[in-house]
Design a binder for this molecule. Structure first.
Ligand code: SF4
Length: 318
């Protein structure tokens, strides 16, 4: 059920910031609630854990095509759908492969050496049969075991490696463990694709993966700097910062955005960014390239940042 107030927030099943977790009926409910103006869009999105960008996308689809508009995004051919089913079946088969009994007997227990030998055997198996378009993924929930196995395999084959921990854990613990393991390999130049595995919204996995690559200088993109918030905070720093990060997660144009909660300590960081805001009692101060440009109503802050980033993207980052 779409929420309109925060009274039973804790009982509410948190909706994911993804199309997949919302039924069409729920989307319609949330759009109608927004259109009715009973609550502001910022509040509606915040209490339903929905990024404003997704709300506006749904609203446009709904206005253009009603309920059908929200449904009709699937234009794939039957052939594509059948191919996807076959690929999924093959992936499931390969994904379910476990360490072979002979290797368990040879090494006594699952270990990096056993995982590496298994991966190399499978690579040879496929190569001998003419398959060249594959990559190896050697997973373990043990950080050092996963790292060592991948190092060993990288010395024995040129096959691309998909690296990451498996069953890494929940949002925070899984993120810390995954980043530790994956970054150890990336620092050595090992790994062609990565997976951050979290017991959390899959959107978080993608964002975390991209952020790790950006932090290691292996990818460029939007960098959001946001303050930790405190008693001085005047704006919803978390929601604005997260919304920007999610909406522009796939963008490779480098833009530094600062979202700061107050006008006391916020301007310093806001001035250092390409675009920054600092919250005030009755509005936010907007900074662009180190200069204060204007004061904005709080509800316009996100839109203004989005407009700036979109213009940068259109201009190819200039
Ligand atoms: S910028 Fe302001 S609101 Fe944010 S943590 Fe610092 S003092 Fe607190």
């Amino acid at each position: 059920m779409v929420k309109t107030d925060e009274t039973d927030y804790k009982k509410y099943i948190v909706k994911r910031n993804s199309n997949a977790y919302w039924s069409v009926e729920e989307k319609v409910q949330v759009i109608l609630m927004g259109l009715s103006k009973q609550v502001t869009i910022t509040t509606l999105c915040r209490i339903n854990k929905l990024i404003p960008a997704l709300y506006y996308e749904w609203k446009e689809l709904f206005i253009a095509g009603g309920k059908e508009g929200l449904l009709g995004k699937n234009s794939r051919s039957e052939r594509e759908i059948n191919c996807e089913k076959k690929v999924n079946a093959l992936e499931r088969f390969i994904g379910e492969l476990v360490l072979e009994k002979e290797l368990l007997k040879k090494y006594g227990h699952p270990c990096a050496e056993a995982l590496a030998e298994s991966a190399i055997n499978w690579a040879e198996f496929f190569e001998k049969r003419g398959f060249k378009n594959f990559k190896l993924s050697i997973k373990s929930s043990d950080i050092q075991e996963m790292v060592n196995a991948n190092i060993m395999v990288s010395k024995q084959t040129d096959a691309p490696l998909h690296i990451g921990l498996t069953e890494a854990g929940t949002l925070v613990s899984g993120l810390v463990r995954s980043v530790l393991g994956v970054s150890k390999l990336l620092e050595k130049g090992i790994g062609d694709t990565i997976r951050i595995s979290l017991s959390s919204n899959p959107v978080n996995e993608v964002i975390a993966g991209r952020e790790l690559l950006k932090a290691m200088g292996l990818r460029t993109g939007i960098q959001v700097i946001s303050c930790p918030t405190c008693t001085r905070t005047e704006i919803d720093v978390e929601n604005i910062a997260e919304s920007i990060e999610r909406e522009f997660a796939g963008i490779e144009i480098p833009v530094k955005v600062a979202v700061m909660g107050c006008i006391v300590n916020g301007p310093g960081e806001a001035k250092e960014a390409d675009i920054g805001i600092a919250g005030g009692k009755d509005g936010v101060a907007l900074f662009i390239n180190g200069k204060i440009i204007k004061k904005l109503p709080i509800e316009n802050a996100y839109i203004e940042i989005k407009k700036y980033i979109t213009e940068k993207i259109s201009a190819g980052g200039k």
